[in-house]
Each structure stands twice: as structure tokens, then as C-alpha cells.
Write a protein that binds this ligand. Sequence first.
Ligand code: PBG
Length: 325
Amino acid sequence: MNMNYRRTRLTPILRNLTKEVVISTEKLIQPLFAVEGISKKEIIPGLTGVFRETETSLLAQIESDLENGVNSFLLFGVPNQKSEKKFDYSFTSNQISAIKKRFGSDVFLSVDVCLCSYTSHGHCGILNDSMDHVINDQTVKALAESALAYAQAGADCVAPSDMMDGRIRAIREILAKNKLDQTLLMSYSAKFNSGFYGPFRVAADSAPKGEMKLKDRASYQIDPANPTDAYRSSLRDAEEGADILMVKPGLPYLDVIKDLTSKIPLPWAVYEVSGEYAAIELMAEQNLINRERAHLEAWTAFFRAGANMVITYGARNARQWISKQ
Ligand code: PBG
């Protein structure tokens, strides 16, 4: 006799009852870009529905996101003034206070901690004089100071994406010293040196630029061919005090998600990065695929592989996309 597996696939009610992965907006985190010195919100090539926001459009956007069921955000602050060594965190801090003043605990606000939007050269840290290397410890010090500024401004969570060594411990310590023991730390612990970050670097004004020897982020981000490095780094960040770990990007690293989530018992986020998101959008624009289906299928894969939460540019559209299925 043939085994009958089609009976449970017959109707929408049955398909919903048997579903192993259920996606809802409560499991999604929406990235936000706050850009200093622009007078109108700006579109981002490839990231339909996501904008470089002004101080005022940012709050309006969050209000509309809340109406669409999204209450968790990851903020990127993009200051006007770039520098090589001394950074001013006040623009980003001001956005954080404005958000928390207006929305309070209705939103869970994570803030990206990195220097790539602050440096004149676009690298994620402070370079040595010959500009061929990111100096680890000086960078960690600056990162910890920025994380403290964001936490003091009201961030619920700080999320270092720089990939320096020892930054989780340094941030945890500076937060503890300042009695900020309820601030979460989400580490981009398995962040790969990916070719899929293109649209983001336009949005965050953070591509390595100018005449210098250090052309890319290969000397600090993880090599895509090294899952063991991702494991080692995540284990270390867990030991140093991270509350949430992350794999980034998502789709090209499903094996890593599956492996790390089963090995390290902490909550795991997956970041569906700008290039992954834009790939779907651009195909949909060419009528090659159905936008809603493709986005939901990618998110389903992340949860199937073990993610607890997904950071995606499409969070604010999720409810509408789900209702169309
Ligand atoms: C900054 C940072 C990057 C992303 C998040 N934080 C890019 C990078 O390393 O250049 C990528 C996000 C995306 O592509 O959506 N260090």
C-alpha cells in the first residue's frame, strides 16, 4: 500500500494545523536608518519600502510599523561628521532618546554598534598610521564608549557588528560599571565577510573608500569558507556575556545556522542582509517571482534551521504578505 502523505496537505486548515514553522511579526526585527543632515527621507536602491530617514520621518515610520504589528527594531545611526579617531555619538543617541520618549516600552529598540558609518574611510574601526590594519584594542574602547552612550540614551539592546576581538566583554563591563544591567547585548557573533552587503553600505554610508591599502573587511569579518571560525567566535561571545547571538547573512549560511543553534544554547537571530532582500525585490520587479511567496519562503528557511528571530527589511510588510497567502 502507498503511504498517503497527501491527506494532510489537502486543505488550508490542515496545512495550517500541520505547519511546523509559523511566521508572525513578533518574531521579526525591522532595521531603521537615521541619517543626519538630510532634509527629506531617501529611497535606498534595492531595498523597497526602506528609507534613509530624517529625525522626523523616523518617528512617523515607527508609528506606522507599530500599526503593522512590528515592535522590534534595529537602529543604524549615520552621522554627518566623519572622523578617523574621535567620534561623536550624539546624533545616534539623540535618535534613541527621541524614540524611547515617544514610544517607551511599546518598542524594543536594539542599536547597531559599529564605527563604519562614523569613519572617514568606511572601515569598522580605527586604522593604524599606514592604514593597512584595524587596531583592535583602540577600536574596542571606542565601541564600548558608543555602546554606553546608546544604552544611557535608552537603547534596550546594543548590537556590536564590528567583529573586533573582546568587544563583548568590554561592553558588558562598561554597562555593568554604569549600572545598566538590564541592557541586552546582541552579538553579531557569526558575521561573514559577505558580498551581499551592497545596498546596506549605500544606506549607511559605510563602504570602505579612498586611497588605502586595506580595501575590504577580510581581516576582521569571518571567511565564508570557515564555519569553524564562526563556531569559535560565537562560543567566545557567549562566554563574554552576549544574551543573543547572530548568524549573518542568512540564506547562504543555512548550514551554519543549523549547526550553531544546535550547539550553543542561547537565543539566535539571523540577519537577512540587504543583498539577499534586494535579490528577491529585483526579481519580483522583473516579474520573475512572486514577491510575498519568496520573502516568506526565505524567512521560513531561517526558522526551520533554528533561528528564534529574524532581522529583515521586510518586517513591516510581513503581516500584509502573510495575509495574501
Ligand atoms: C556594519 C554592518 C553591516 C551590516 C550591518 N552592520 C555591513 C558591513 O559589514 O559592511 C550589513 C547589513 C546588510 O547588508 O543588510 N558593520
